[in-house]
Every structure is written in structure tokens, then in C-alpha cells.
Design a protein around this ligand. Structure first.
Ligand SMILES: Cc1ncc(COP(=O)(O)O)c(C=O)c1O
Length: 448
């Protein structure tokens, strides 16, 4: 045992010596050394077990160790691990076909990338090429990736390092009723939709619709707090885009692949986007793969116009093989049904937490995609703070308490995200949520 510990600690030491870790000052990091992962759980070097209640970065939709995906990757590695993107191979065509079918966008085609940011980079270029316009709208409260273009789509502070960036990136306010401007008095979801649609419409008019190539939205805003838009808002954005010939781009990198119950989140709202970007759940992260689904008119446009996009690893055989296996598994395991069933349980448990705990301001959920806001006072909605910029703050303590109890999650500002693997059972969900309940009891005491 002693020998094993020493060996594992050496892994951490080496990681700190050689690895740069994302979004962090490097000096004070203490990364967990992970030695095993299975289903909705993973284990650290001490043998401690964690409920993976964020499905890693909301991508491990089928949990850890899915044999069908692993075997598909192994088989592809034996067969053709790599061949240039210009060649046609079985898994390349099969993956694209399965994705187009899942999207319900008849006549659509797929340009494959390696991840979410790259998908958005290419969606920007495709929208610009197709429309001949150059301005790109995206929300303030959103994350679309961290590379040069996708980083400028990102509206929240993670885009600061990309500034000033290229011209033409315009930000707008998307629906967020809980923290809407004080003067807003919304009575219905439609009121919320009307208010935010009016803001966006005015902005588009003042920017000059003839210069606007695309309006991006995370169909359901993910890491910025699971903001489920009113249906009228999504259909309103669709209408606005259609009216002015603007491309509606739904970023489904996080919300896609059954996270919200339907394969793609836009399918909850009965609309058809012009472009859809995806990644994460397409392969559950077993190997990287992302892509852009382009609707039929855009696909046809590129029949006789050169599409100016290309990547050495576009439609990588290993990624495509993993995607085919993953999409089959979603169907074989009837994941849509499980999300519907467990999503209902999760919603009820979250509503109970909201009623019970003084520290919970609002809960938001759709399918197995949920978040709640931690507040010092329900009436004033004053957020609990102290995370990235203040590692000793209250939020950091709360996340630490959850981790200590074996509840692994993803947090942002004053929000805790609950988005487990979509294979979770009711028993597992109730066990994990009981841990959360216990920790929130302590938080109630801390804010008294
Ligand atoms: C909605 C959304 N878009 C894009 C991205 C960027 O994806 P990647 O990290 O794979 O580049 C993310 C990552 O979390 C995301 O949540």
C-alpha cells in the first residue's frame, strides 16, 4: 500500500512539474490523481470514490468505461487509425449520416472538427462565406470555446485574454429572468421572451442587418448556469434570422446529445437552425471529435463555391468510429427515455432543495442538465461569492465540502451544476442528491 501511494504521488509531482492546467494560476494547484473510472464513478489514488455529477466537463454522457465505444476505437486502430480527410472511408460516412439523421435536418451535411471551439471557429467562417457578411452576434452570458474566434464569441470573462480580437463580434443579453434588470416585472415566460427579443431586434437593427452573418446561441446556456430559454424566445430568434437572412447557429456542444432529453436541444423548441455545432457527447470524450452541421441550402451553396475550411484531423477515423458506436449506444440503452425519467426525479429533488434550503436562490433544469444558485439571502438574491479570484472564499469552501463527501461537480460564479452521466439510475441519483442536501444544511448554517 505504502509503495503504491508513493508511486501515485510521483504522478502528481510530475503533473505539477510539467503540465500547465486550464484556467488556473499554477502555483497552488493540487490535482487529484485518478486511478480508475467506471460508470458514473471515478476513484482517486487514495481509493476514494466520487459520484461524477458533472459527467466530467458535461461530456461523459455514457459514463466511464463503455465497452462498445472502447471496442470501436480498438477496432478502428487495428484497421485504419488515420487516413487524410479527403478520402472516403466507412466510419466517416456512417458518422456523418447518423449525425444528420439525428438532427432531423434533411439534406444537411457535416464538417468534422476535433472539439467544440474548432466547431464554432468553422461555423463562423461558413456563415461569413455563405452570407458574404461579417458581423457575428453571441450572448454575454455564454461560453463557446477559448481559441481566437470562438474565444471572441464567448461573452463571459473567459474571453478577456482574447481581447481585442478580430472585428465584428457583437454581444447581446439573452434571457435570464432571475437576474433581469430591476425595472423588469415579468409575469409570464412570454414576457421574458418579448423583453429579450426586443433588445436583440433593436441591436440587430442598429448594427445593420445586412452586415450580420450569424446569431449564435447556446440553445440552453450551459456552464454559465443552465439558462433554459422560453420557447417563444427561441422561435423569435429563428424568425428574426429568417427575416434578415442571418444564420441562426445553435451551439449544442454541451446541450446536445440527449443532455436535455432530445438528441439536440433545439428539438425541444420545434425550430430548425441554419448551423449546429457539436462535440463533447458525440464521442463522450473517449477520443476528441466535434463538428458543424450545415443545413441544406448552405450544403448546396458549397457545391459550386469552395468551402474555405480544413483540418489535418477533420473526420479523424478514430473519432468517427467512436461517434458511430456512441450514437448506437444512445439508442441501444434508450438514453432518451432514461433522461426523461431521471430528469423528472432530478427536477423534483431540486425543487425540494429549493424549498428546504435558505442558501438556494433558484433551481433550473431540463433533462439531466441543471444548476442552482447559491445566495446569502433568498429575498435579496445576493450571491455567495469567493471562487476563482478568492480561493479561500465561501464558494470554494462549499465545492470543497462537496468533493470531500464524494460529490464531484462543476461550478461557475455562485452556481453549482448538476449534470450527471445520462446512464444514471434513480437510486444513484437519489444517493448523490442526498449528499448535496447534507452539504446544503451546512451552507444554511454558514450564512445565518
Ligand atoms: C457550449 C460550449 N461550446 C463550446 C465549448 C468549447 O468546447 P471545447 O472545450 O471542446 O473546445 C464548450 C466547452 O465547454 C461549451 O460548453
Amino acid at each position: 500500500m505504502q509503495k503504491r501511494r508513493l508511486k501515485m504521488s510521483a504522478i502528481k509531482e510530475k503533473s505539477l512539474k510539467y503540465n500547465l492546467h486550464s484556467w488556473s494560476a499554477q502555483g497552488n494547484l493540487n490535482p487529484k490523481v485518478i486511478t480508475k473510472a467506471e460508470g458514473i464513478y471515478f476513484w482517486d489514488e487514495e481509493g476514494k470514490k466520487y459520484y461524477d455529477m458533472s459527467a466530467q466537463l458535461v461530456n461523459s454522457n455514457l459514463g466511464h468505461g463503455n465497452k462498445a465505444i472502447v471496442n470501436a476505437i480498438k477496432d478502428q486502430a487495428e484497421k485504419i487509425p488515420f487516413i487524410g480527410p479527403g478520402f472516403a472511408i466507412d466510419v466517416r460516412s456512417d458518422a456523418a449520416e447518423a449525425i444528420v439523421e439525428a438532427s432531423g435536418l434533411e439534406g444537411a451535411k457535416v464538417f468534422f472538427t476535433n472539439a467544440g471551439a474548432e466547431s464554432n471557429e468553422n461555423a463562423i467562417k461558413i456563415a461569413k462565406q455563405y452570407t458574404g457578411r461579417w458581423k457575428i452576434f453571441s450572448q454575454y452570458r455564454c461560453y463557446h470555446g477559448s481559441s481566437a474566434g470562438a474565444g471572441m464569441l464567448t461573452g463571459e470573462p473567459r474571453h478577456f485574454a482574447n481581447e481585442p480580437g478580430p472585428a465584428g463580434f457583437i454581444k447581446y443579453d439573452g434571457p435570464y429572468a432571475y437576474r433581469a434588470p430591476k425595472a423588469c416585472k415579468f409575469e409570464t415566460e412570454d414576457d421574458v421572451a418579448d423583453f429579450y427579443l426586443e433588445l436583440l431586434t433593436n441591436q440587430v437593427k442598429y448594427e445593420g442587418p445586412e452586415s450580420v452573418a450569424a446569431i449564435f446561441l447556446e440553445t440552453v446556456v450551459g456552464s454559465n448556469g443552465i439558462l433554459v430559454p422560453p420557447a417563444k424566445y427561441v422561435t423569435g430568434v429563428r424568425d428574426l434570422c429568417t427575416k434578415y437572412g442571418i444564420m441562426m447557429v445553435c451551439d449544442e456542444v454541451m446541450a446536445g446529445w440527449y443532455r436535455t432529453g432530445t438528441c439536440f436541444a433545439f428539438q425541444n423548441f420545434g425550430i430548425k437552425p441554419d448551423l449546429v455545432t457539436f462535440a463533447k457527447g458525440a464521442t463522450c470524450g473517449y477520443v476528441p471529435l466535434g463538428g458543424v452541421i450545415v443545413s441544406e441550402p448552405i450544403a448546396k451553396y458549397f457545391d459550386d463555391h469552395k468551402m474555405m475550411c480544413g483540418l489535418t484531423y477533420s473526420a479523424h477515423p478514430m473519432g468517427c468510429a467512436a461517434a458511430v458506436a456512441t450514437i448506437n449506444e444512445y439508442k441501444n440503452l434508450n438514453i432518451a427515455e432514461n433522461v426523461k425519467k431521471q430528469g423528472k426525479v432530478l427536477g423534483e429533488l431540486l425543487e425540494d432543495l429549493n424549498k428546504k434550503h435558505a442558501c438556494v436562490g433558484e433551481v433550473r433544469y431540463i433533462g439531466l442538465f441543471s444548476a442552482f444558485e447559491l445566495v446569502k439571502d433568498k429575498a435579496t438574491k445576493e450571491p455567495i461569492v469567493g471562487f476563482n479570484d478568492d480561493p479561500d472564499g465561501l464558494m470554494a469552501k462549499i465545492v470543497g465540502m462537496l468533493v470531500k463527501e464524494g460529490f464531484w461537480t462543476y461550478s461557475h460564479e455562485n452556481m453549482i451544476i448538476v449534470a450527471p452521466p445520462l446512464i444514471i439510475t434513480e437510486e444513484e441519483l437519489r444517493e448523490a442528491m442526498a449528499i448535496l442536501d447534507k452539504v446544503l444544511d451546512s451552507v444554511d448554517n454558514m450564512i445565518k
